[in-house]
Design a protein around this ligand. Structure first.
Ligand SMILES: C[S@@+](CC[C@H](N)C(=O)[O-])C[C@H]1O[C@@H](n2cnc3c(N)ncnc32)[C@H](O)[C@@H]1O
Length: 325
């Protein structure tokens, strides 16, 4: 496919629809599209059971499953699963007792994914994957039934991102989490460029700024948001497009296993107390904090000043590896 064409001043451009995106990916399912391939690195150990056909039409921009710290027995949903690469990686991590669902609207992508699911099941010796046809904005999965939602270079393609985050929140169990790799722009994409169907299909002009992305997540009640900026993918019309991986969790106040369960920080001294982000930490007294604060207080800048503990395990907390480890 050619380089993205200039977006502006094209009289024929109209609003992008899901139909346009589907047409784009029907073709991308049957012949690999070079311009869609971001320089994504998967752990080679994760790919040994996956057929070549799937790898050839992998259009992700990150490796969300590789970072998700999945456990045996967990349930995962991958949104916009395409040829199935992230589902197939996850199928091995969650094992026989886990379950993986891939959701995609494009018949041809589902065809490739389902055909290869049989081969993956043979390679693994068990079958724990199901591909369902459906939309990100109306996910065909029950409420509160999922431990992890992933998505790899797909949310930028949705024309209703608020609805996508609402749906992710609906299907996650309390304490469940999302790990999303996506394209993020350094400036808002102008309307003329957003109406360019080709650029939208290529994961460029539907991209959000980081603020907007986090805004949708916060509006839909996600907590513990963490952001990893990976690489600059391309620059179009003076706007820079980066690959990011962003995680967050559906908060739960107590009881259930949670990625964002409350943690405790104890200030070790030497002062009587210190104030950090408007909270007072008296020396030697445990103060409840969230994951974000735990991560900050565990960083190099505060090394040795705070002891972070998890009251559910009473062991020093490891905020870098939420949930399973
Ligand atoms: C860029 S590809 C990424 C595919 C896959 N995640 C991967 O890493 O190879 C985007 C995929 O999302 C699907 N898709 C885009 N918008 C969608 C929507 N609103 N609902 C469901 N699927 C969608 C497309 O059909 C396509 O398979």
């Amino acid at each position: 496919m050619d380089e993205p064409r200039s977006c502006c001043g094209n009289e024929e451009d109209e609003d992008v629809s899901r139909g346009d995106v589907r047409n784009f990916y029907s073709k991308a399912a049957v012949s690999a599209q070079e311009s869609l391939c971001c320089p994504t690195q998967y752990d080679s150990k994760d790919l040994s059971h996956i057929p070549k056909e799937v790898l050839e039409i992998s259009y992700g921009c990150g490796s969300p499953v590789g970072r998700a710290n999945l456990c045996e027995g967990e349930v995962m949903v991958d949104l916009g699963s395409g040829g199935g690469i992230d589902c197939f990686i996850a199928a091995r991590h969650v094992g026989k007792t886990g379950r993986v669902y891939g959701i995609d609207m494009t018949e041809e992508m589902l065809g490739v994914a389902r055909k290869n699911a049989t081969l993956v099941a043979e390679n693994l010796g068990y079958n724990n994957i199901e591909f369902r046809q459906g939309y990100l904005e109306s996910i065909p999965v029950d409420d509160s039934s999922v431990d992890l939602v992933t998505s790899n270079c797909v949310i930028n393609l949705s024309t209703d991102k608020d609805e996508v985050f609402r749906e992710i929140h609906r299907i996650l169990k309390p304490g469940g989490r999302f790990m999303i790799s996506d394209i993020i722009s350094n400036k808002e994409v102008p309307e003329a460029m957003q109406n360019n169907k080709e650029l939208w299909g290529e994961c460029v002009s539907g991209a959000l700024t980081l603020n907007k992305f986090l805004g949708y997540a916060e509006k839909n009640r996600f907590k513990g948001l963490r952001v990893q900026k990976d690489y600059l993918w391309k620059e179009v019309e003076g706007i820079k497009f980066y690959s990011y991986t962003i995680e967050g969790c559906k908060h739960v106040s107590s009881g259930s296993k949670s990625c964002c369960s409350s943690l405790l920080a104890t200030y070790a001294g030497p002062f009587e107390s210190v104030t950090f982000q408007e909270t007072v930490y008296p020396m030697g007294i445990a103060v409840e904090i969230n994951e974000d604060t735990a991560q900050l207080l565990s960083s190099h800048s505060y090394a040795g000043q705070f002891i972070i503990t998890n009251p559910t395990t009473e062991k020093p907390a490891e905020p870098e590896s939420p949930c399973c480890g």
